[in-house]
Design a protein around this ligand. Structure first.
Ligand code: GAR
Length: 193
């Protein structure tokens, strides 16, 4: 039975640019036979991304891309096709996904963002939150559409900010929630699969 379930796991590609701690978390979760996806491919736009170590450690094929190259999305689309990828998870990927890729994967690209969307789209979320004297922080997993950090929300998790929280602490608390939110969102999407 385990073998049969493993066979039907959804083939997934994770895009990263940096530390890759969400990637690691998803890889470990996907080892659970009831978790609906398998990480079959990792794509990074940054050759120094620490997250690539996890791809190597867990023997997951990875692709380095140069987003400055014209038509680099052809290379990405070819690899996604070759690996029969169904779902794309953006996990700390810091570039905009080209329209062509979004159109080829309609409703099949999700992202995790370190704020309670629609608040604080874009970069430097924590410093803006502190400057704004926000009461709440958190993370959001959402579908990716053509607008930045704007697609439908799948899972949102919140915590209250303490007076003593600085950017570093906010990031730590947010990421702790992210490691719960991302797997939860994936399970939610595929619960009727
Ligand atoms: C995560 O906190 C994620 O929410 C954020 O980057 C971090 C990546 O951490 N994403 C964005 O800011 C996207 N705009 P990780 O590489 O350790 O998973």
């Amino acid at each position: 039975l385990v073998w049969v379930i493993a066979m039907v796991k959804i083939k997934t590609c994770v895009f990263i640019s940096g530390q890759g701690t969400n990637l690691k978390n998803l890889i470990l979760k996907s080892r659970d036979c009831s978790f609906p996806v398998k990480i079959n491919l990792v794509i990074s736009d940054n050759k120094s991304a620490k997250g690539l170590n996890y791809a190597q450690k867990y023997k997951i094929p990875f692709l380095l891309i140069n987003t400055k190259k014209k038509n680099y999305e052809n290379k990405v689309l070819n690899h996604l096709k070759k690996n029969k990828i169904y779902l794309i998870c953006l996990a700390g990927y810091m570039k905009i996904i080209p329209k062509r890729i979004i159109n080829n994967f309609k409703g099949k690209i999700i992202n995790i963002h370190p704020s309670l969307l629609p608040k604080f789209k874009g970069l430097n979320t924590f410093s803006r939150m502190l400057k704004n004297k926000e009461i709440k922080a958190g993370c959001t997993v959402h579908f990716v559409d053509e607008k930045l950090d704007s697609g439908n929300v799948i899972v949102k998790k919140m915590f209250y900010i303490n007076n003593s929280d600085d950017e570093k602490i906010l990031k730590k608390k947010t990421q702790k929630l992210e490691y719960k939110a991302y797997p939860e969102a994936i399970i939610k999407i595929f619960k009727n699969y």
